[in-house]
Design a binder for this molecule. Structure first.
Ligand SMILES: *[C@@H]1O[C@H](CO)[C@@H](O)[C@H](O)[C@H]1NC(C)=O
Ligand SMILES: *[C@@H]1O[C@H](CO)[C@@H](O)[C@H](O)[C@H]1NC(C)=O
Ligand SMILES: *[C@@H]1O[C@H](CO)[C@@H](O)[C@H](O)[C@H]1NC(C)=O
Ligand SMILES: [Zn+2]
Length: 428
């Protein structure tokens, strides 16, 4: 654009001086080379990014056992996320995943999730640069205060141990989004992965209790996240949720056919739901290999825009989740490279500010509107049938009555009878 102007304004004199024309031409090239870079930075300082997914909290657990006092979050080594790089990347808000391994599903997933929420809350209150936010308005306000907003997002329905009261208490702690599954099925929803052989597919990819979970999330104003669920579950939820949903960190299946990505048919359903797909940058989802670059990433944006429009797209980097990221997108400071590439591919500034911020804000506000419409609805008292949970860690609630002397006697009598009966069988 600037080159066009320069050329037309200067055209008269350039006509006379070919050398000057050549100079101006190369200057133009120089300017245009820089200009998408500069335009990307300028756009992002006006409309800083809201990113859908980051696994720093998982890395804090793995590397530091959540000992925050031992690190300085301004500069953290061996991770892709710290305050200085978030600032450099013009990240204004980050959904931090509180993720616990699927292996905890029938053990202490709830405790581990509480500990991950604790570490995100500590990090976002102990550092001045951060601010914990729990509403769309809070998110906008934090931008005015030049803070990096932290949103808390549960990654995997196993974190609630099939309990709506647990879900509500997580909401009270500030959780505003939950992915219905991670790599394991829950008793009520199905994962895109077959890694764990628990709660295998039954008659339905979203059971009655799964619908109760979605209903309760709609009532609370918690965003339903479909990244990691199976397509059948995603499809069922898209047909059921009263509020828009998100894929917080998934890319396009048409561009890279990984089961974590979203096929066009589901994208169209997402459009009808007025939800959002936040493009994942992990090389294996972007290029189906560990060798990827910014062009591969931009191909996902171009394709999804062709299918459902730019207003349905956001960014969910997945930094510190995956192991290999595209060349030029190695950490959270590199987001401007995506915007630069999309500008080069003629994305308009209004499409890009949607991708950066306003598409997510619209979805979050719509989710809050659905909550506000249900203000009179009481908390759900739906319980999952115990036989569907199969969790040996669950205490079956009853009066802690120790057997009386009489009961003890009848119990030993029962045992004795069974032993006699069994031995008579074997003697036969
Ligand atoms: C965390 O801190 C505790 C107490 O200071 C210490 O015993 C433990 O070794 C630390 N863990 C790691 C992984 O740094
Ligand atoms: C992806 O495509 C490759 C090559 O066409 C094929 O071998 C593979 O099975 C496909 N994967 C999925 C998940 O469809
Ligand atoms: C990305 O890699 C592909 C080959 O896989 C190549 O054609 C393309 O030019 C590269 N793009 C950039 C920006 O390096
Ligand atoms: Zn994930």
């Amino acid at each position: 654009m600037c080159c066009g102007e320069t050329a037309s304004k200067a055209s008269d004199s350039l006509w006379v001086h070919p050398l000057r024309a050549l100079l101006a031409f190369s200057l133009c090239h120089l300017i245009s080379g820089y200009s998408e870079h500069d335009r990307a930075l300028e756009l992002m300082s006006k409309y800083p990014l809201i990113d859908g997914h980051n696994d720093l909290a998982l890395k804090l657990r793995i590397l530091h056992n959540n000992n925050l006092s031992q690190i300085n979050l301004n500069h953290v080594s061996k991770v892709a996320t710290d305050i200085s790089r978030l600032r450099a990347g013009h990240v204004q808000a980050q959904m931090f995943a509180v993720y616990v391994m699927c292996g905890a599903q029938q053990k202490d997933a709830v405790r581990l999730t509480l500990e991950q929420i604790d570490v995100v809350r500590r990090m976002c209150t102990e550092y001045q640069d951060f601010e914990l936010v729990t509403s769309a308005q809070g998110l906008k306000d934090s931008e005015m205060r030049h803070k990096i907003a932290c949103l808390i997002s549960i990654e995997g329905g196993h974190s609630i141990d099939s309990s709506l009261p647990a879900l509500r208490m997580f909401y009270q702690l500030g959780v505003r989004s939950m992915a219905l599954t991670h790599s394991c099925n829950t008793p009520w929803a199905e994962s895109s992965s077959n890694l764990y052989k628990v709660f295998l597919k039954r008659e339905s990819s979203l059971t009655q209790f799964g619908k109760d979970v979605v209903d309760e999330m709609n009532r609370l104003g918690m965003i339903v996240d479909l990244s990691h669920t199976s397509w059948a579950t995603a499809s069922a939820v898209l047909g059921y949720s009263k509020a828009p949903v998100i894929f917080s960190h998934s890319s396009s299946f048409s561009i890279c056919n990984h089961s974590r990505n979203v096929p066009d048919e589901l994208l169209r359903k997402l459009k009808k739901n007025q939800g959002l797909i936040m493009v994942n940058l992990y090389s294996h989802y972007v290029a189906c290999s560990d060798k990827a670059n910014v062009s591969h990433v931009a191909d996902h944006f171009d394709h999804i825009k062709r299918v459902i429009g730019a207003e349905s797209i956001g960014i969910g980097g997945d930094f510190d989740g995956g192991e290999s990221f595209p060349r030029g997108l190695e950490d959270v400071s590199k987001y401007p490279a995506i915007i630069q590439e999309l500008l080069r591919r003629n994305w308009t500034e209004s499409e890009l500010l949607g991708v950066l911020r306003t598409n997510f804000l619209r979805v979050f506000e719509d989710v809050e509107k659905v909550r506000d419409q249900r203000i009179l609805q009481k908390p759900s008292e739906a319980h999952i049938p115990l036989e569907q949970v199969q969790n040996p860690c669950r205490l079956v609630l009853r009066r802690p009555d120790f057997p009386s002397k009489a009961e003890e006697k009848s119990l030993s009598l029962l045992v004795l009878t069974s032993v006699l009966l069994l031995s008579s069988l074997f003697l036969d």
